[in-house]
Ligand binder design. Structure first.
Ligand code: GLN
Length: 220
């Protein structure tokens, strides 16, 4: 069975009610992520919607979440300020599936050092026990694309788009490495959480959204 078909069956079997996916909409490329989750919902042909979420009330209603790329310091500070950081942490720890992209992965970490300026005081969710370096591949003008692979989740080839991307040099025992590029770790998974350093929403390939943890993974 294709990944798409497996995922479709999993979700249809398990859920009779409609699912609501959220894209954290504090800062970053929210619209691109909404469009890519929408494309995945359409391709899977499941009963689900996707919506931008910002407030604690909006976040409390979603069944799964994408934390988009952008600027992790800004997303962290603003979500701390409006109270959403706390509910995000609670829901993720209770098992809500989450895909953290680039700055989103930084936010999920417990340890972020910038390649140039070192450690700064930025709010983090402290979910992933990883040693992370921000802007690890250089600044905006050093953005690049490269083929990468995520073999352990059934994706042999994926177009990785790297924009001021972080990398990980070390992971805790409960964190699984999904992909490396030039010896640097660029994708990780822990139970209901996937973090990636690259931007899947800027490619047309939505297979990563099929393989992201679904609410089913959490209950099994
Ligand atoms: N460099 C940004 C940060 O550390 C992340 C960049 C991105 O999300 N594309 O927050």
């Amino acid at each position: 069975l294709s990944i798409r078909r497996q995922r479709q069956m999993c979700i249809r079997d398990r859920f009779s009610m409609s699912l609501t996916f959220g894209v954290l909409s504090i800062q970053g490329d929210v619209l691109e992520n909404i469009l890519s989750v929408k494309a995945a919902i359409d391709a899977l042909d499941i009963d689900a919607t996707v919506t931008a979420v910002r407030t604690t009330d909006e976040i409390s209603k979603v069944d799964g979440l994408v934390i988009p790329g952008g600027e992790s310091t800004t997303i962290g500070q603003l979500s701390k300020f409006n109270g959403s950081l706390k509910i995000l942490k609670e829901k993720i720890e209770e098992g809500m599936p989450v895909l953290g992209i680039c700055a989103g992965m930084v936010l999920l970490s417990n340890n972020a050092n910038d390649k140039v300026v070192g450690k700064i005081d930025q709010p983090l969710l402290n979910i992933l026990d990883i040693k992370l370096e921000r802007n690890s591949f250089g600044r905006q003008r050093e953005s690049f694309e490269s083929d990468i692979s995520l073999d352990s989740i059934g994706i042999p080839k994926f177009n990785g788009v790297f924009i001021r991307a972080p990398s990980i040099s070390d992971v805790g025992s409960d964190v699984e490495v999904l992909s490396k590029f030039n010896e640097k770790i660029i994708a990780v998974k822990k139970n209901n959480v996937i973090g990636v350093a690259f931007h899947p929403e800027l490619t047309t390939d939505i297979c990563l959204l099929y393989t992201s943890p679904s609410p089913r993974d959490v209950e099994e």
